[in-house]
Design a protein around this ligand. Structure first.
Ligand SMILES: [Zn+2]
Length: 89
């Protein structure tokens, strides 16, 4: 696992744009292609989906986490920032 891969950090930084559909089709394809082949990003996106579902009133049982605690806390910060930006817009 490479949780601190610079490309992963770029992916995390742009996630809110991706979720808001602000990326071009080419950027979306790059985004999805990276995530498909990157375990840390897969875990991140899965956790985001759970967060989104929770926000919409779905309460699924907690799934096992495979992300290192340090990486997970970074991801949660990135997600919180993304959510904050979505609320502002
Ligand atoms: Zn990645």
């Amino acid at each position: 696992m490479k949780p601190h891969d610079p490309e992963c950090m770029d992916i995390f930084a742009r996630l809110s744009e991706y979720l808001d559909g602000e990326l071009s089709p080419e950027e979306c394809a790059h985004f999805e292609k990276h995530i498909e082949g990157c375990a840390p990003c897969v875990e991140f996106v899965n956790s985001l989906k759970k967060s989104i579902q929770a926000a919409h009133g779905f309460h699924s049982p907690a799934a096992p986490e495979h992300v290192a605690p340090e990486a997970e806390s970074r991801l949660k910060e990135a997600w919180a920032a993304a959510l904050a930006r979505r609320r502002e817009s």
